[in-house]
Design a protein around this ligand. Structure first.
Ligand SMILES: [Zn+2]
Ligand SMILES: [Zn+2]
Length: 536
């Protein structure tokens, strides 16, 4: 068993524990262990056999016992039993149709069906109404959902990291390519698709059906299928002849408006061939939102990034030390990392007082000696108080290499008040960058009312950069706003806001979001050398 297989089984176990309404901490622990195993540099099965698996982070005696059982027998007995009891295929189908987990299983039991297909059959002749708790309204809604036309969509868009994990995992298992919203790096993904090239579709369609991520197939044709995850999220599979692979990939990647503007698409084995035959320059997937046939700009790439300017440590709410964060950034090939812990007004977590900021400087200096020539910068994520003042005195800010200013509390302020508040903060000469300007949490909190146009004017006057925050539930500024900022003549910073060493990996998301806003190397502050970044 390789690490990915082991991780998938643990992930499935976690999902079923959640369905069974077990202790949420247990489910979370299994998910974390799955993540660790996915990222482990050595074969976990060997570590289990040699009794060393607990050296991995987050693996305690309970999970070790499960891993031993899995490696030795190829299965976790309790997982198999939970799968029988909870019928994840029914739960996945039920959730896709808008029912809760319990209700889906109750419904299936009452109808005496065991699989998604049987549920569909039983639903047709009016038997749904005979189930206690299902009234005519719910029946109508379910029947509509079961026979739904058009493209399948999840009830709520998936966060980009989760969407990549899901679609990327399925694509690699089927030897296909991720497509849909994920490949355009949309901040919230609704169309999840995988395109596979083969002259012989049935085996690929068959394998799709048995993937651990897919609990039920809700639609199947000769060259396409739609499966759902246990969360009820639909994933499309498109299977095409190798000679038409490029065509299918262009079609499954672009937004409907983008693709429609290129149609009719010529057949070609790869995307380059499609664009060549159309006489249109190849277009990076991130720009395939609006119809566009021109020469795309040379977009910034991950490899252009020379440092990360927003990260946290155990001094505030991060999980790693200054040195651990620095070392990981160095291993990523960066030249520098700014530690930007919180200030007291952040409230919910610990924020640094002036005294702590100065004590942290000693720890940063010590880490810099160890990591030389890599450089950890003394930074801060300074709260912007409701009246626009900053949460640390100017003499403290003046000592620092990099000051991020952030609104945390009071995101619901009216537009004028919020804009004045941020404007005031940008006027402080020590501020270099405005963090997560719109303050949203995708699917959880809408954007604030900040007047970006006005903020861009002030930021330009004060030479303050705007952040593209790479936390998967923030991605703030988002692509459209990045483009507005660049048009206004501003610079952006691609940051991770990492709270752990792993969090530094979210640079991919920050860079992709900048690319969606048409950013080139020259637009991004942290593509520059340290010398160019240090205080003016
Ligand atoms: Zn923040
Ligand atoms: Zn932060």
């Amino acid at each position: 068993m390789d690490n990915l297989e082991i991780a998938d089984r643990l992930e499935a176990f976690a999902a079923l524990l959640e369905l069974a309404e077990a202790n949420p901490y247990t489910a979370r622990a299994y998910r974390r262990a799955a993540e660790t195993i996915r990222g482990a540099g050595m074969p976990v099965a060997e570590l289990v056999q040699s009794g060393r698996v607990r050296e991995l982070r987050g693996i305690g005696p309970g999970i070790e016992a499960r891993l031993r059982e899995l490696v030795e027998t190829g299965e976790i007995a309790e997982l198999a039993e939970l799968e029988r009891e909870l019928a994840p295929d029914l739960v996945g189908l039920g959730r896709y149709l808008g029912l809760g987990a319990r209700r889906s299983v109750d419904l299936a039991r009452a109808l005496g069906v065991r699989t998604a297909d049987e549920l569909r059959e039983a639903a047709a002749p009016g038997r749904l109404r005979t189930v206690p708790g299902i009234g005519p309204k719910t029946e109508t809604r379910l029947l509509e959902a079961l026979s739904r036309e058009g493209e399948p969509r999840p009830r709520q868009g998936l966060l980009l990291n989760r969407a990549w994990e899901l679609v990327g995992g399925i694509a690699s298992a089927l030897d296909g390519e991720p497509a849909g919203d994920v490949r355009r790096w949309r901040d919230s993904c609704e169309r999840l698709a995988v395109v596979c090239a083969t002259a012989d579709p049935p085996p690929v369609l068959g394998r799709f059906d048995t993937l651990p991520q897919i609990v039920a197939v809700v639609e199947q044709g000769e060259r396409h299928a739609v499966g759902v995850t246990v969360e009820g999220v639909p994933v499309e599979l498109v299977v095409v002849d190798p000679e038409r692979f490029g065509t299918a990939l262009v079609r499954a990647t672009g937004s409907p408006a983008y693709v429609a503007a290129l149609e009719p698409l010529p057949d070609a084995p790869d995307e380059e061939g499609v664009y060549r035959a159309l006489g249109v320059p190849w277009c990076p997937p991130e720009l395939r939102e609006e119809p566009f046939r021109g020469e795309p700009p040379p977009l910034v790439e991950l490899i252009d990034i020379r440092g990360d300017l927003h990260s946290h440590t155990t001094w505030s709410d991060g999980r790693a030390s200054v040195e651990e964060m620095g070392r990981t950034a160095q291993e990523r090939g960066y030249d520098y990392l700014a530690i930007c812990d919180h200030t007291p007004a952040v409230g919910a977590v610990h924020g640094l007082t002036p005294d702590e900021v100065r004590r942290q400087a000693e720890e940063i200096a010590a880490a810099n000696e160890v990591l030389d020539p890599f450089r950890i910068l003394r930074g801060i994520e300074c709260d912007i108080l409701p009246d626009g003042r900053l949460d640390l005195p100017d003499d403290v800010l003046a000592e620092l290499d990099w000051v991020q200013a952030s609104v945390h509390g009071g995101q619901r302020m009216p537009r004028d008040e919020m804009t004045k508040r941020v404007e005031e903060a940008l006027r402080n000469p020590h501020v270099r960058c405005l963090s997560h300007p719109k303050g949203r949490y995708i699917n959880r909190r809408p954007e604030n009312a900040l007047d970006l146009e006005r903020v861009f004017e002030v930021a330009l006057e004060e030479q303050v950069a705007l952040e593209v925050n790479g936390l998967p539930d923030r991605l703030d500024l988002r692509g459209e706003h990045v483009r507005d900022a660049l048009r206004a003549g501003l610079q952006i910073v691609c940051s991770t806001d990492a709270h752990s060493v792993r969090g530094l990996g979210n640079m991919t998301l920050a860079v992709a979001t900048a690319r969606r806003g048409w950013a080139t190397v020259a637009d991004v502050v942290n593509t520059r050398s340290l010398r160019e970044i240090l205080p003016r």
